[in-house]
Design a protein around this ligand. Structure first.
Ligand SMILES: [Cu+2]
Length: 181
């Protein structure tokens, strides 16, 4: 009798252990499959971002920008270079117009408490420029050798703006490009 009772007790604890193992394994597999679906959906999201150049960095302004809708700061030609300055905004960069074949000094002025995780660096693919921005003056230099509209943006390609290069800065068609200086 005593032995039987002992066996029954052992069986019971074996069942308890087995049930515990099954429950914990299903919890583990649930968590694991959750992680998987999370990461795969994240990957999908990222690839969509790359394809359309639209994403979820939280910059606020992630739509396509039409170069003709922007307001442009026109460069001032000095002796051997041209200079143009914009003031960086928390969710936008100003557009500029410069003249072909004259070295450009493009100053991105940053006021206090304007920089965030999004606008704290710019890329100008056409001129191979990547620059971290800091408070104060941030001068990037390049020499445009062809006319055209060249997009530049925050480092994550979210906040988009344009650098327009023209043949003659003193002869801009203002019905196409709105000049603000
Ligand atoms: Cu950004």
């Amino acid at each position: 009798m005593k032995t039987l009772k002992k066996i029954k007790q052992i069986n019971w604890s074996v069942v308890t252990i087995a049930v515990t193992i099954v429950i914990s394994m299903s919890i583990i597999s649930m968590v694991f499959s959750d992680n998987n679906s999370y990461s795969s959906s994240k990957v999908e999201q990222n690839s969509t971002d790359n394809d359309s150049e639209v994403g979820g960095c939280g910059c606020g302004n992630n739509s396509t920008v039409n170069s003709k809708d922007l307001e442009y700061k026109k460069a001032t030609v000095e002796n051997n270079y041209q200079i143009v300055e914009i003031e960086v905004q928390s969710s936008s960069f100003g557009a500029i117009i410069v003249q072909k074949d004259i070295p450009v000094k493009f100053n991105l002025k940053v006021k206090q408490n304007i920089l965030n995780g999004c606008n704290n660096a710019i890329i100008i693919p056409k001129f191979n420029i990547e620059k971290d921005l800091k408070e104060g003056n941030n001068v990037v230099e390049f020499t445009p050798s062809e006319t055209g509209e060249f997009q530049y943006s925050c480092w994550m390609r979210m906040l988009k703006s344009y650098i327009v290069v023209v043949d003659d800065i003193n002869n801009i068609d203002e019905s196409i490009y709105k000049i603000i200086n």
